[in-house]
Design a protein around this ligand. Structure first.
Ligand code: ASP
Length: 307
């Protein structure tokens, strides 16, 4: 049997055991485990990597513990504006949405943009109109509400500050990369962005090549971290390029970009990456990253903190 593999993340940042309660830890571990199981089952039954990453990300979007879908952070005007993207490694097809409101599963809309429109990226009102035409599910504002994220916003809404999900830096974006039994890679990422963001700020998550990228020749990548740095460094595509043009292994490429290039520029965060042979990298230059993986080699794990 050809190898299959799935890896997911639920955000990187200042995630310390000392500031985590045992109850919260269990919630996070369960949510990650469910997302992994759902996606792995799809791969096991011969489903595509595209279906697997979409399902894993939808599962995490539906959980209030992550900054994506339900539980997305508040903008300066007290709204939720979400970004998401998805990409197929076999044909470089991609779809993405930015600054959308009230769409229950932004990653589902990103996939519809890829498959049902002639475009790659749609934003705001237009994207929502497209979502209605595609019969994508919507929810009231109340569905996205989370008391903790509301309190974070109240604390800084009258300031100029834009905050990263938690006061101690934490990026709660979610993402997935998968390899299916056909040998195809796919990647997807979804986020509420940064607390108190204004002026229609968009991060790296919906930007193909920055927060998300997939190419069967190299790898699939999904990022989480301070989006402005990830966009400037075109992180996901850079990893693919280092493999394609310089012959680096997945590990060498990820280590260089996350620990050298990004770190030197001040970019905090991490990423998950998977190559066509089923090798997985879960790399971050912050204290922790919610992450999980499962492969047909019986490799399975769910972790939160640094090693
Ligand atoms: N990368 C996301 C952004 O800048 C934030 C995150 O990873 O949580 O919008």
């Amino acid at each position: 049997m050809k190898p299959i593999a799935i890896a997911i993340h639920g955000g990187a940042g200042t995630i310390l055991k000392s500031t985590m309660t045992p109850e919260k830890e269990v919630h996070y571990l369960n949510a990650l485990d469910t997302a992994i199981s759902v996606a792995y089952e799809i791969l096991l039954e011969g489903g595509t990597s595209l279906e697997a990453v979409e399902a894993a990300v939808m599962e995490l979007e539906d959980s209030p513990f992550f900054n994506a879908g339900k539980g997305s952070v508040f903008t300066n005007l007290g709204k939720h504006e979400m970004d998401a993207s998805i990409m197929e490694g076999r044909n470089q097809k991609a779809g993405s949405v930015a600054g959308i409101r009230n769409v229950r599963n932004p990653v589902q809309l990103a996939r519809a943009v890829m498959e049902e429109s002639e475009y790659v990226m749609l934003c705001a009102d237009g994207a929502e109109e497209f979502a209605r035409r595609m019969h994508i599910g919507f929810e009231e504002d109340a569905y996205f509400f989370d008391q903790h994220r509301y309190d974070q916003w109240i604390e800084i809404r009258d300031s100029e500050k834009t905050m990263l999900d938690h006061a101690a830096k934490k990026f709660g974006t979610v993402g997935a990369v998968a390899l299916d039994c056909h040998g195809d890679l796919a990647a997807a990422t979804s986020t509420g962005g940064m607390t108190n963001k204004r002026f229609g700020r968009i991060g790296d998550s919906p930007v193909i090549g920055a927060g998300t990228y997939a190419n069967n020749k190299t790898c699939a990548v999904s990022c989480t971290g301070h989006g402005e740095y990830f966009m400037r460094a075109v992180v996901a595509y850079d990893i693919s390029c280092l493999m394609e043009y310089k012959g680096l292994t997945l590990k060498q490429a990820c280590d260089f970009v996350v620990f050298d290039k990004l770190k030197k520029s001040g970019g905090e965060g991490g990423l998950i990456a998977l190559d066509a042979a089923g090798n997985i990298e879960l790399v971050f230059n912050s204290e922790g990253m919610y992450r999980g993986w499962k492969t047909s080699d019986d490799d399975y794990g769910i972790k939160i903190y640094g090693e």
